[in-house]
Design a protein around this ligand. Structure first.
Ligand code: AMP
Length: 249
């Protein structure tokens, strides 16, 4: 079984995001970037499945600028076997990324595609679902547990009402939740070894796809500043303030 894992380079989750003065986006120059957090879970799960003898190869793929290769290197350092870097200038929308991933799937013919449930930069939560539709493959989103069976997967999903367990046929798309596992750290020797693992480069414009934007971004602005909280002396004062000042009860 071959597992393809999609990993995206995003602004590190610890960074305080700043909006550009002209409101055209967020500041990315000299900002720490790293792998989208649920994509780390996706890689971890694929590597664990391989270590359990249920997969033969884990391939990490990213769609992004030159520097997105760091994301592939990190995946290689924690156990992926090889990487594919589809080079694009700037950011693409989920539909464009899904079309590119569809081409990669057509070429690589994986049995499973693991992805993050959501990218923390655009918060779209669309790419896995769109890829599933383009490929006409079953999907299991928000996976917090994955069990590989003969030609099927049993996936536990994090949903609003609690946990849902479904069984889907392989090949399939699975989008991973942060609760799926605890991603390992890359050790220094493994970081060094990862430098020797192969990364194939594909230029997105050679794929003859329409990746033009479907959305027009009008403005990006900071969320309103939150007012400082206050301390109340007792429950009676709290109830009085909720009633008369906040007017919420
Ligand atoms: P999104 O639909 O943008 O919230 O992204 C969901 C998931 O799709 C991410 O967690 C990644 O696994 C994958 N993905 C999105 N964009 C890219 C990209 N440029 N390169 C590789 N994977 C991506």
């Amino acid at each position: 079984m071959k597992i393809l894992v999609a990993v995206k380079r995003v602004i590190d989750y610890n960074v305080q995001i700043r909006v550009k003065e002209d409101g055209t986006g967020v500041v990315t120059d000299n900002v720490k970037m790293s792998t989208n957090p649920p994509d780390d879970n996706a890689i971890e799960e694929a590597v664990k499945i391989k270590e359990a003898g249920k997969a033969t190869e884990v391939v990490a793929v990213t769609v992004g600028e030159e520097k997105a290769q760091e994301t592939i290197r990190k995946a290689l350092a924690v156990g992926a076997d090889r990487g594919i870097h589809v080079k694009v200038d700037g950011m693409l929308e989920p539909l464009a990324v899904s079309k590119i991933l569809q081409k990669v799937v057509d070429k690589e013919k994986p049995d499973l595609v693991f992805m993050g449930k959501q990218a923390i930069d655009d918060d779209c939560n669309q790419t896995g679902q769109m890829l599933s539709a383009l490929l006409n493959w079953p999907q299991a989103t928000f996976a917090s547990k994955i069990e590989v069976k003969d030609n099927t997967l049993e996936v536990t999903r994090e949903i609003d009402e609690g946990l849902e367990t479904i069984e889907i046929n392989v090949p399939a798309i699975v989008t991973c939740d942060l609760r799926l596992n605890e991603p390992r750290y890359a050790s220094l020797p493994n970081i060094m070894k990862a430098k020797k693992k192969p990364i194939e480069e594909i230029v997105a414009s050679d794929l003859s796809l329409d990746v033009s934007p479907r959305l027009e971004q009008l403005k990006v602005e900071e969320p309103p500043k939150r007012k400082a909280g206050i301390k109340v002396a007792n429950v009676a004062e709290l109830v009085q303030k909720l009633k008369n000042e906040a007017k919420v009860i």
